[in-house]
Design a protein around this ligand. Structure first.
Ligand SMILES: Cc1cc2nc3c(=O)[nH]c(=O)nc-3n(C[C@H](O)[C@H](O)[C@H](O)COP(=O)(O)O)c2cc1C
Length: 363
């Protein structure tokens, strides 16, 4: 059996294989209520049915005033629970473990949803941000914990903290954009306090069986500092680390000649550093089965996350495991912008020709 098809324990759950669906927002599928509708249920069920071991449902906001887009999914109120339960039930039917990514955009909040607020007053993408007060930080921390409680009621096996890609938790850990002088800024211990309090608060409220994964950068701004950040998350109780990009290093420096990019390389370095304390996942540009299998076979990571390969073909995991044909992601990157624009993924368009019911065609 290929090693990619062997089970792995993540937190309290056995995951049947090493392939994880990375979170991908689908703005425009929903209205402004943040409630998932049947498009989302079909989309995630298709990936579970297609053999994916662990699914992370897309960035779901913990507060209406921290959304990245007005139509982002939410878990800020109880009325949103039922729609999420339909997603978790649909994925569980096919044996997948399912987490939901909980998120606050911070400085990147959409202007129709709230102001650009985060740890400090800084220049951010041509605008000036506002600093959260101490009381507001505590309130947002509690909103993350309350969203996790709703996620548990909705039947999810756990949550993933969105602590990368320059959103709020990532903004707190970065000394470049966190200039605070209270206990949430300054030393690394202070900058990671916000994320760590959320992790501890979720385990206290939802129990140690409820998985808390953290999606955290592999270099922030250095590889060594990203390791130190991850160490604090593990000490606070993180069950799984999924490594991606962040506000990032000023200079990207990684070995030449590798079959994968620098974000995956940073992830493999994190895997070595973590050394089995919790499982680690890598992501970015893992579009071909051979690369996915190689990363697992050579023990460079415990699991691999895939976004675009699984957007292109919901049965990609089965294709990897059973060496079958699949619809290939063409690496054209239009999907990175499709939540905001009218571009269509050419792979999904190809699939739609043989399956006109393919819900992803709406993406
Ligand atoms: C359409 C789209 C939506 C995305 N939405 C999210 C998201 O909700 N949360 C997140 O952490 N990353 C998000 N990402 C980033 C992916 O999870 C992933 O890290 C990135 O696409 C690189 O992996 P890949 O090469 O397998 O696609 C998104 C990417 C795409 C293409």
């Amino acid at each position: 059996m290929r090693k990619i098809n062997t089970p792995i324990k993540i937190g309290s759950k056995m995951v049947k294989n090493r392939i994880t669906y990375a979170p991908t927002v689908k703005f425009g599928w929903s209205d402004n209520t943040g409630i998932p509708n049947n498009y989302f249920v079909r989309h995630y069920e298709d990936r579970a049915e297609g053999g994916t071991g662990l699914i992370v449902v897309e960035a779901t906001c913990i507060s209406p005033s921290g959304r990245l887009a007005p139509s982002q999914l939410g878990l800020w109120e109880d009325a949103q629970i039922e729609g999420h339960r339909s997603i978790s039930d649909a994925c569980h039917k096919h044996g997948a473990v399912v987490l939901v990514q909980i998120h606050h955009a911070g400085y990147n909040t959409h202007p129709e949803c709230g102001s650009s607020r985060g740890p400090s007053v800084v220049e951010w993408r041509d605008n000036q941000t506002e600093a959260l007060s101490h009381d507001e930080i505590i309130a947002i921390r509690n909103q993350f914990i309350d969203a996790a409680k709703r996620a548990k009621i909705a039947g999810y096996d756990g949550v993933q903290l969105h602590a990368c890609h320059a959103y709020l938790i990532n903004q707190f850990v970065s000394s470049r954009v966190n200039l605070r002088t209270d206990e949430y800024g300054g030393s690394l211990e202070n900058r990671t306090r916000f994320g760590c309090e959320i992790i501890r608060g979720i385990h206290e409220a939802c129990g140690s069986d409820f998985i808390v994964s953290v999606r955290t950068p592999g270099a922030e701004p250095t590889v060594e500092e990203a390791w130190a950040i991850a160490d604090t998350y593990i000490a606070a109780g993180a069950d799984y680390l999924q490594i991606s990009g962040g506000i990032g290093p000023e200079e990207i420096n990684y070995p030449e000649g590798l079959p994968y990019n620098h974000i995956v390389w940073y992830g493999t370095q994190m895997h070595t550093h973590v050394n089995g304390r919790v499982p680690v996942s890598v992501v970015n540009g893992i579009l071909k089965p051979d690369l996915a299998c190689q990363l697992i076979e050579e023990e460079l990571t415990d699991t691999i996350d895939s976004a675009r390969a699984l957007l292109a073909d919901p049965k990609w995991a089965r294709a990897v495991i059973e060496d079958q044909e699949y619809v290939t992601c063409r690496n054209c990157k239009v999907c990175f912008w499709s939540p905001f624009m009218e571009h269509k993924c050419p792979a999904v368009t190809q699939r739609y020709k043989t399956d006109p019911n393919c819900v992803d065609y709406l993406l």
